[in-house]
Design a protein around this ligand. Structure first.
Ligand code: GCW
Length: 663
């Protein structure tokens, strides 16, 4: 078992083999004065010593084999892409820009960490998506909304913090291909509204510089009501001339200080946030105004589509939160300006363990769009329960929207391949904090890593990503690697089995969102209902119900509309189904609910014992931290199993065929 510096995540650089050469670095068409190139070289130097015990010297040493990392500028390589190839005299790296050099170096180090020798390194790659972003929900008091790994490492007591950790963070992000980071929570309040004032420019400049050295653009979340909150105006109506000229001055001031700022992320008219609706304006009015103001500086506006009525009446069965995104944004397709991107959550509700893909993705055909996923485990176990999310993200990316004859998957749409957009990509709500191991649960770093890798290369499989992460992080013997990989790969379905059935979602403790509370959101204002009674459960979203299914292109609409063709894992999302309904397995719905909960709880125990079985191969501290979490996960799984099963037994009065204990 190698030593693991857990603060270095997957950039641990375990000794892979003993080399016997000495390296020098040759640059052709790149300057070592370029911050990104220089950081790339620096990383290479540091890593090869650790990985293969070889030094980078630049002076010929006749006693050892002389090797060269030859970095060449090659205009044929696509933006941010690279070609790497090892041979007997070293490694050739070709790229057409500095980010390509950086990603190429990290690719070399990754391949060596994963078991190749330097002379076997080989890959040609370029990013699937133009924008590959992390969204932090960090608040300026240091807290993190939906954070499960300590406090923010960007903010403390309303100040911006920079230091060694900031640099490490940037390295980690660059190593997985991230090129944009939004540092503050989309709910912009209090001090965060002042991030666009001279109170913070100096520190932001520092931060932006660190990021730039790793090919990352700094972005911030913006308060749409800034003209009121920090400008002392009476309105923030996006069509008001004075409001517009306030923004013009403000954005100029921001760019005078932060010329490399990528732009802003905006949550408007949502969950109490201000927005254009207040003034009878559309989402496009709001987004375009900001887009126009920021355009001269090359900035972009990323506008979130998470807009819905959060003061619903549960008695009202016609209003459907799932419909809201499409209803608000589809009609304005084509009205958004060129530097505006709509950022769309993967599902129409809110990051549940299983949801259909949002019909807005690909539903919009004339608008820049970006996929938003949540790596922070808000509804998926709080980084206590093991839940490897890459299989879920893959399902979303592979979903055929039917928006075009070909190239119609979500991956195609957001990458720009379908409609030829220049702007688009993927963003994740990140799961990091200032815990020593960054992600609370050591195993949750697989999601951080995985999102970045997937956004760079959407063709990678969940398993390839899991293995890469394990090899670089823990470098386990093959048998143990297989066990851990398998644990990761099945964890999402296990979590799904012991929580809410067949796509219904929610049933979670309100506010905190950990642990069961079947009716917790049933009679609330949030639009999150399961509609269970003594006969059945589920929400009718067909043409006879809320009509949500009709927001999809006909192929999918038809599939979802009929309970016989609707994919069963989404059955209760689209249909209200009697407990006695027979599923494809031949089981009744109620029996499926019981079986799945018993099975999920049992499988969670299996995960815990799998972890125990690899104890001797993992560092002690890592073992202990993860074990602690499995203990909690087992309590959680048991609680979910018993509460959900008892609830449905009491509602339906139908006993478990297998006579197991239900309360
Ligand atoms: O998932 C919900 C969360 C909120 C979050 C919101 C959003 C940042 O419960 O905490 O607010 O989504 O995505 O804006």
């Amino acid at each position: 078992m190698g030593t693991t510096d857990w603060t270095q995540l997957w950039l641990n650089y375990h000794r892979a083999y003993e080399g016997e050469g000495t390296w020098n670095i040759a640059l052709e068409g790149f300057e070592s004065s370029d911050a990104v190139v220089s950081n790339a070289i620096c990383e290479f130097k540091k890593a090869v010593v650790l990985l293969i015990g070889e030094q980078v010297t630049n002076t010929a040493d006749s006693s050892s084999r002389s090797l060269t990392l030859k970095i060449t500028n090659d205009a044929e390589i696509p933006a941010e892409g690279y070609a790497i190839e090892g041979g007997s005299d070293g490694i050739a790296l070709k790229a057409s820009d500095a980010n390509g050099v950086l990603y190429g170096v990290f690719a070399i180090l990754r391949q060596i960490s994963c078991g190749r020798r330097a002379d076997e390194v080989k890959e040609t790659a370029s990013p699937s998506n133009p924008l590959r972003m992390m969204n932090h929900w960090d608040n300026m008091d240091g807290s993190i909304e939906r954070g499960y790994s300590g406090e923010s490492f960007f903010f403390e007591n309303e100040e911006i913090v920079t230091g060694a950790r900031t640099r490490d963070y940037a390295r980690f992000m660059a190593s997985i291909g991230i090129n944009g980071v939004v540092i503050n929570n989309v709910n912009v309040k209090g001090a965060a509204s002042y991030l666009i004032t001279d109170r913070y420019f100096d520190k932001l400049k520092e931060l932006s510089k660190i990021f730039e050295g790793y090919g990352i653009k700094l972005y911030m979340s913006l308060n749409f009501a800034s003209p009121i909150e920090i400008g002392g105006m009476e309105t923030c109506d996006p069509l008001d001339k004075e409001v517009i000229s306030w923004w013009e001055k403000k954005i100029k001031e921001v760019y005078d200080n932060l010329p490399n700022l990528g732009g802003f992320l905006v949550k408007a008219d949502s969950e109490g946030r201000p927005g254009p609706f207040t003034y009878g304006r559309t989402q496009a009015d709001g987004a375009n105004m900001l887009g126009d103001v920021i355009a001269p500086y090359g900035g972009i506006i990323i506008w979130r589509c998470f807009v819905y009525n959060c003061t619903q009446d549960w008695r009202d069965t016609k209003t459907d939160r799932a419909r809201a995104g499409y209803d608000y944004f589809k009609d304005l397709d084509g009205a958004y300006h060129g530097n505006v991107i709509l950022q769309i959550k993967n599902g129409p509700m809110d990051f549940q363990i299983r949801e259909p893909v949002s019909p807005l993705l690909g539903g919009l055909t004339k608008t820049n769009q970006m996929l938003e996923v949540q790596v922070a485990q808000e509804y998926t176990g709080h980084q206590i329960d093991l839940c490897y999310l890459i299989p879920l993200f893959k399902e979303v990316l592979d979903f055929h929207t039917h928006c075009a004859q070909e190239k119609d998957t979500v991956a195609d749409v957001v990458s720009g391949r379908t409609m030829g957009n220049r702007l688009g990509g993927m963003a994740a709500v990140i799961n990091t904090g200032n815990d020593m191991n960054w992600t609370g649960d050591d195993l949750a770093a697989a999601n951080t890593y995985g999102f970045g890798r997937l956004s760079f290369n959407t063709d990678l499989t969940a398993e390839e990503i899991a293995r890469e992460w394990i090899r670089q992080t823990l470098s386990l013997p093959q048998k143990e690697e297989d066990i851990l990989c398998n644990m990761l790969l099945k964890s999402r379905e296990i979590y799904e089995r012991y929580t809410s059935p067949l796509g219904i979602g929610w049933m979670v403790t309100p506010n905190g969102h950990y642990g069961p509370s079947v009716d917790g959101y049933e009679y609330s204002r949030w639009g999150t209902y399961h509609r269970a009674d003594h006969l059945g459960i589920g929400v009718d979203r067909t043409d006879k119900g809320t009509g949500y299914a009709q927001q999809y292109y006909p192929e999918n609409a038809k599939l979802y509309n009929d309970p016989k063709t609707c994919p069963e894992e989404l059955l209760l999302f689209f249909h209200h189904i009697p407990y006695t309904w027979e599923l494809k397995s031949g089981k009744t719905l109620i029996q499926h609910i019981y079986d799945s909960h018993f099975q999920g709880e049992e499988e969670a125990r299996g995960l815990a014992s799998d972890w125990e079985s690899i104890k001797s191969a993992v560092p002690e501290d890592v073992y202990a931290r993860v074990k602690e979490r499995f203990d909690l996960q087992l309590d959680n799984a048991r609680e979910w199993r018993d509460q959900v099963n008892s609830y449905f037994f009491r509602k339906s009065g139908i006993p478990d065929e297998k006579g197991r204990t239900i309360y």
